[in-house]
Design a protein around this ligand. Structure first.
Ligand code: GDP
Length: 534
């Protein structure tokens, strides 16, 4: 390797941090993202992310459906510089656009920020996303948000994380009071108190005054009962809490916890500083030729997300690639592992909010958007040099199921072609009844929007109008041991068996409770929420 390239790659990896936020709707993801971007200088005023979104909606010719629904299907990769680091924030679609893409984004992330509402604690979407992080052993940084509002006892929140997620916690800072009586946070490492002062006119930026723990003014600054409560909590925390162990953090077993308030921008900078120190840099990936380091001199990466019809005039698709090794350069020619073809990566894009901006180069940990209609499917590897292939992105448990009907027999061919292509691309999972008489495909999706996208695209790209007949299930589990073990298990209650696209057995349940019941009654069956691509 030329020493120049070597130095270039090492420096690039050293500077990079990449993460995704996992949270439940309304926990404050948009607000936190905005504050982080403010620190990075990527935007200059609070409110810009939302405003930009609204403005784009009004003026652009985004996908018809996006306009009809008035929501954003597009998720974005936000890149910003902070303290000489380049931070890549991979947006995880939430709200109505929660879909399998949300999980897949985590396959491209090196770190996760778990954002929790102080009043609500762990919520369903966060738990689900956590499971994917756990599978990948991602380091998880917890931000307990909305401390300026009445919230739950912080010890109780830590306990919930430990008990329910099996993650050890280490509180990096500690809130003094909550809600109306929120006075600030105590930073344990520096032994300093950051005082929270609501700024004049109740405006949204908080002032941050720093005082040492030993400072005699503290007793006066805090009301007496709060002061004693704080001292007591601190003793308890030091007494019962685990020590910070960075190896444990980086292997996803311990989560550093930060308390703050995104809306008032309190505790966000503190969080960001620690995050830069503790987070994993782009690391080693497993591939068909073994482990490859991010500084490996050849370029490689994998597709983790495809977005269709961003521009209806061109019906183009953007393939989002996570760069794993080497250096990407505009117009470079790469090999496509699955098809063996060569592809020229022209018109690469970096995405900021919904603006497209051309990029010249990218390194491990970065995400690039490629404009090559039809060339790519989820999980595909592209590379230069010696052939290598990454492990691919697994299938995640769908939560919505519906028969997809084609009422017009003369359109059978187009229907079949459309369903096959959309499945291959990763737009939706397809399952089939084990009853040979029921041949219609069952669409299986993580979010409702996936159904709508499939129906919309079948209509607009294949000319087939379809009908959906929803099925009353919400949980799917692959039977890891296969058909024989399933048959041996005998009759199972409150579940139906279907087969996935590769003929593997999948059990569908109405709810988690039924699933747990079957699992308890059949300890010999391994029921998995995640399955490798067949
Ligand atoms: P998202 O759905 O996770 O993206 O959540 P948003 O960022 O849109 O926030 C949801 C609501 O919570 C909005 O009304 C925010 O203004 C509010 N919010 C977010 N962070 C805070 C906070 O730290 N304190 C308070 N009081 N409200 C917050």
């Amino acid at each position: 390797m030329s020493t120049e390239l070597e130095t270039d790659l090492e420096a690039a990896v050293e500077r990079r941090r990449n993460f995704a936020i996992i949270s439940h709707p309304d926990a404050g993801k948009t607000t936190l993202t905005e504050k982080l971007l403010l620190y990075g200088g990527a935007i200059h005023e609070a409110g810009a992310v939302k405003a930009r979104r609204a403005q784009k909606k009004a003026t652009s010719d985004w996908m018809e459906m996006e306009q009809q629904r008035g929501i954003s299907i597009t998720s974005t990769v936000l890149q910003f510089e902070y303290h000489n680091c380049q931070i890549n924030l991979l947006d995880t679609p939430g709200h109505q656009d929660f879909s399998e893409d949300t999980y897949r984004t985590l396959a491209a992330a090196d770190n996760a920020v778990m954002l929790i509402d102080a009043a609500k604690g762990l919520e369903p979407q966060t738990r689900k996303l956590f499971e994917v992080c756990k599978m990948r052993s991602l380091p998880i940084f917890t931000f307990v948000n909305k401390c300026d509002r009445p919230g739950r006892d912080p010890f109780e929140l830590l306990d919930e994380i430990e008990q329910e997620l099996g993650l050890q916690t280490y509180a990096v800072n500690w809130p003094i009071g909550m809600g109306d009586r929120f006075k600030g946070v105590y930073e344990r490492h520096s032994k300093q108190i950051h005082l929270f002062e609501r700024s004049a006119h109740g405006s949204k930026e908080a002032l941050d005054t720093v005082v040492d723990l030993g400072d005699p003014r503290i007793e006066q600054l805090l009301e007496q009962d709060l002061y004693y409560q704080f001292k007591e909590e601190l003793e308890l925390l030091d007494g019962v809490g685990a020590e910070l162990d960075l190896d444990q953090v980086r292997s996803g077993k311990m989560t550093p916890v930060f308390f703050g308030s995104a809306m008032t921008n309190f505790g966000v900078e503190l969080f960001l500083n620690y995050f830069l120190d503790y987070a994993l840099k782009p690391g080693i990936h497993n591939s068909s030729v073994g482990e490859v380091a991010p500084t490996y001199p050849e370029f490689s990466g994998f597709v983790f997300k495809l977005q269709a019809n961003m521009d209806p005039r061109h019906r183009d698709r953007v393939a989002f690639v996570r760069v794993c090794t080497g250096k990407f350069e505009k117009d470079m020619i790469v090999n496509h592992a699955r098809t063996g073809k060569t592809v020229r990566l022209s018109r690469p894009q970096k995405l900021f909010a919904q603006d497209r901006e051309s990029i010249e180069e990218a390194y491990a940990g970065d995400v690039i958007g490629l404009n090559n209609p039809g060339a790519f499917a989820i999980g595909d590897t592209i590379y230069t040099g010696q052939k290598l292939e990454y492990e691919g992105i697994p299938c995640f448990s769908p939560e919505l199921f519906a028969y997809l009907r084609n009422p017009n027999p003369s359109k059978f061919k187009q229907f079949h072609k459309g369903v096959t292509e959309l499945r291959e691309e990763g737009a939706v999972q397809i399952m089939y009844s084990v009853d040979e008489a029921k041949r219609d495909p069952i669409l299986a999706a993580v979010g409702q929007l996936q159904f709508e996208v499939v129906q919309f695209r079948l209509m607009s790209e294949y000319g087939v109008e379809t009908r959906l007949d929803p099925l009353p299930y919400s949980v799917a589990r692959w039977v890891v041991e296969g058909w024989e073990a399933l048959e041996k298990a005998g009759r199972l209650f409150n579940t139906v068996t279907v087969k996935d696209n590769w003929g593997r057995p999948v059990l569908l349940f109405k709810n988690d409770w039924n699933m747990h019941q079957v699992q308890e009654d059949n300890p010999n069956l391994t029921l998995s929420a995640i399955a490798p691509v067949g």
